[in-house]
Design a protein around this ligand. Structure first.
Ligand SMILES: Cc1cc2nc3c(=O)[nH]c(=O)nc-3n(C[C@H](O)[C@H](O)[C@H](O)COP(=O)(O)O)c2cc1C
Length: 342
């Protein structure tokens, strides 16, 4: 990078950053950042599900929610393959069995997993498909443990066919209506609609009004396929995605010290706003993670011609909806799980 403005950098820092403690700020940049990351790394090693070898109940419940979600996704694809997700269902049962019954009944995530197992089994029973004995046995066991009416009417999923009357809804109803949509018609989304949704997303707040989050609209089918080829979170619907958006942040907008996670925080807020914007303009959308390995991130950069200072935040699959599509329920945790007051 050329150093045209080298002379003014220090001066500007002193003026604009006068509200931060300069000493701690520079310490953070010089060696604090690496210590911070080392500390975070150790915390992940100790508490992250991938690293720890002995999960506690909280980690098991957390994993139950994730596995339930992947099974739900399988149940709502347009043509679910009978017997799909055998390993995942097996994992779900193992996790359910790991939780002592006395604790289990109080835990909504446990109940969500039992409801998912019930849906999976009844889906197959209705189609006359014989599931492995372990799955049938587990289902019989949980039916006995939980009153049958708790498990009633668990066979249907919510479905939508396009969006109607959105403008008449209150924000509360509109927010409740939004869900990730993973199946679209073939036509790419009109650019004007995408731009309108981005304009709405721009109402998002950002750190010191940086507005660093940017959107790359990927309309070429071949490029969409290349990107999705290196993405592991949308295999069941990748071939059906007509329009793909990449949210990224420009590191030149950031200091790289205390604001290290700013691109991701601002990017996440922008993402949520964009999802509302897309929905408002009747576009079905599903956020997709951008948790790429280094190799895949390099491949992504190559495919999309990204600059080294541009960092991917998230992808968004989107398209119009014409036929009726089913949606996973993605049940939410109860407020007592996520809220406390001091
Ligand atoms: C950052 C982020 C990454 C996501 N990545 C994926 C993904 O890779 N594949 C996918 O099918 N859904 C993905 N989702 C969608 C979530 O599965 C979905 O938001 C969640 O289950 C809640 O459902 P809802 O969006 O319908 O309310 C992602 C969501 C977020 C916020």
């Amino acid at each position: 990078m050329s150093n045209v403005f080298g002379k003014i950098v220090n001066k500007i820092r002193k003026v604009v950053r006068c509200h931060t403690d300069a000493k701690s700020y520079h310490t953070l940049i010089q060696d604090g950042t690496s210590r911070y990351f080392l500390d975070l790394y150790h915390k992940y090693k100790r508490y992250g599900k991938e690293h720890s070898t002995d999960w506690d109940v909280e980690q098991v419940l957390s994993e139950l929610l994730v596995v339930s979600h992947t099974i739900e996704k399988g149940l709502t694809v347009p043509e679910s393959r009978l017997g799909f997700g055998e390993k995942k269902v097996d994992a779900l049962i193992t996790l359910l069995e790991a939780i002592p019954e006395a604790q289990a009944k109080q835990q909504e995530r446990y109940l969500i997993a039992v409801r998912t197992l019930t849906r999976y089994v009844t889906f197959h029973q209705r189609r006359g498909y014989q599931l492995p004995k372990r799955v049938e046995d587990a289902y019989a066991k949980y039916r006995k443990i939980f009153a049958i009416n708790e498990l009633n009417d668990l066979t249907s999923y919510q479905s939508i066919k396009g969006y109607e009357h959105l403008a008449e809804l209150s924000f509360a109803d509109f927010a409740k209506l939004r869900h990730s949509v993973r199946f679209y018609d073939e036509k790419p989304v009109e650019e004007e609609k995408v731009i309108n949704a981005i304009r709405l997303a721009q109402t998002a707040p950002s750190t010191c009004n940086r507005q660093s989050t940017k959107v790359l609209h990927i309309a070429e089918k071949e490029k969409i396929n290349q990107v999705l080829n290196i993405h592991s979170g949308c295999r069941s619907f990748a071939s059906n995605i007509p329009t793909l958006l990449l949210l990224y942040s420009d590191l030149r907008d950031w200091d790289g010290g205390a604001d290290f996670f700013g691109p991701y925080l601002d990017g996440g807020i922008f993402l949520m706003n964009l999802l509302y914007g897309l929905e408002y303009y009747s576009i079905g959308a599903c956020p997709l993670n951008a948790y790429f390995s280094k190799e895949n991130e390099n491949a992504l950069r190559e495919i999309l011609g990204m600059q080294p200072y541009e960092i991917p935040i998230a992808l968004v699959a989107c398209g119009n909806i014409d036929a009726e599509v089913q949606l996973p329920l993605s049940e939410r945790r109860p407020i007592r799980d996520i809220y406390k007051k001091l």
